[in-house]
Design a protein around this ligand. Structure first.
Ligand code: AHR
Length: 323
C-alpha cells in the first residue's frame, strides 16, 4: 500500500476517487502549490502527500515554500499566474490579506483551492477549501479534558498556533467552548508557540517558571503536536512527569506524539489528515473536466486518540509516511 492509500485509510477518509476523473483530467496539467513552510511534522507530511498525489495523477506540480511569510506566498501565486498554470493550491499562513491576489487569479481564470487553513475573503474567489473543522478539533480536545478532570480544579496553559492563522483562532475558540460552564477548568496562560517544537519548548519554560515551577499547572493544551513535544521536554527538564503531573492534549496525530502517548508522557491528540491534496485534486479534475462545482468546504475528519488506541501501533503505522 503506498503512502497516500495508507494515509487515507489511517485517517478514515472516504474520498471515493472516481477512477474516470482520476485518470482523465489532471494528466499533464500544471498546478502551482504555495506551501507555508515546514514548521511542523504535519506540514512535512502534507507536502510529501501532495507531491505523491501529483505524481500519481501525472500532474506537473510547481512547489513554492514560503518560509512562513505571507508576502512570499503572494509572490509565488503571482508567479504561478504569470506562468499560466492550470490551477493553484495554497495553504494560507494567515487568514487576512488575500483578496487582491485571489482576484488576480480569478481574472486569469485560474481555479484556486485552499488547503488546511481558511481565509477572510469572499467565497467566490476560490473553488473550494479542503480543511478540517478546526473549531471541532479544539472542542474535541477540550471535551477530553473535561471528561478527564472531573470536578478537580484544573489550571490550563495554552500554546497557540501562528498568530492570525485560522487553526490558532478556531482551535482556541473550540476549546474554550468545550470548557465553558466548567468553572473548575480555567486557562491561566496562553501564548503563541508558532506551531514549532522549539518555540513550544521555550514558551512552556516560561509558563513553568511563572506557575510555581509547574506545580500550579494541571494541563497543557497545544494547538499542534510539535509544540506539545517541545513542551514535554520542558516539563521533563523542570523535574515533572508530563502526562501525569501535567496532562498534555494536542492536535495533529503525528508519529512523535504517539511515541509520547505510548511512554505515558502525553495523553491525547486529535487527528488532522495530511491528505488534503487528494480531495483538492479530485475537485480540480472534475471542475476542469466539465465545470462541476465542488462543495465550497470539504471537511476532513477530527478523531481523538488516547492511550487506549494502540499508540505504539499508530506510531508504527505512521512513522514512514513523510512526517
Ligand atoms: O494548518 C494546520 C496546522 O498547521 C497543523 O495543525 C500544524 O501542525 C501546522 O503547522
Amino acid at each position: 500500500m503506498n503512502i497516500v492509500k495508507t494515509l487515507a485509510v489511517a485517517a478514515g477518509l472516504a474520498t471515493a476517487l472516481s477512477s474516470a476523473v482520476f485518470a482523465q483530467s489532471l494528466e499533464g496539467k500544471v498546478i502551482g502549490f504555495s506551501q507555508i513552510g515546514s514548521e511542523s511534522g504535519w506540514r512535512a507530511a502534507e507536502t510529501a502527500v501532495t507531491r505523491q498525489e501529483a505524481e500519481a495523477r501525472g500532474v506537473d506540480l510547481r512547489f513554492a515554500d514560503a518560509q512562513q511569510k505571507q508576502e512570499n506566498q503572494i509572490k509565488a501565486i503571482r508567479g504561478f499566474i504569470a506562468q499560466g498554470v492550470d490551477g493553484i493550491l495554497v495553504a494560507p499562513v494567515v487568514a487576512t490579506g488575500w483578496e487582491d491576489v485571489l482576484t488576480e487569479a480569478q481574472e486569469a481564470e485560474i481555479p484556486v483551492v485552499l488547503l488546511d487553513r481558511g481565509v477572510d475573503a469572499p467565497e467566490d474567489l476560490y473553488l473550494t477549501s479542503v480543511a478540517s473543522d478546526q473549531v471541532e478539533e479544539g472542542r474535541v480536545a477540550g471535551e477530553w479534558l473535561v471528561d478527564n478532570v472531573g470536578d478537580d480544579e484544573c489550571r490550563v496553559v495554552e500554546l497557540q498556533g501562528t498568530v492570525g492563522s485560522t487553526p490558532a483562532i478556531n482551535r482556541k475558540a473550540g476549546f474554550e467552548e468545550a470548557i465553558a460552564g466548567h468553572d473548575n477548568i480555567t486557562i491561566v496562560r496562553s501564548q503563541t508557540g508558532d506551531f514549532t517544537r522549539a518555540k513550544g519548548k521555550e514558551v512552556m519554560e516560561g509558563f513553568l517558571k511563572a506557575e510555581n515551577g509547574g506545580a500550579d499547572i494541571c494541563a497543557l493544551y497545544a494547538h499542534n503536536d510539535d509544540m506539545a513535544v517541545g513542551a514535554i521536554q520542558a516539563i521533563k527538564d523542570a523535574g515533572l512527569q508530563p502526562g501525569e503531573d501535567i496532562k498534555v492534549v494536542s492536535i495533529d496525530a503525528v508519529p512523535d506524539i504517539f511515541s509520547a502517548i505510548a511512554a505515558g508522557e502525553a495523553n491525547a491528540t486529535v487527528e488532522l489528515t495530511p491528505n488534503m491534496a487528494g480531495p483538492a485534486f479530485d475537485a480540480l479534475a472534475a471542475y476542469m473536466a466539465d465545470g462541476t462545482e465542488p462543495e465550497k468546504f470539504i471537511i476532513t475528519e477530527s478523531k481523538l486518540y488516547t492511550a487506549e488506541d494502540d499508540p505504539q501501533g499508530e506510531y508504527d503505522r505512521r512513522k514512514d509516511l513523510g512526517y
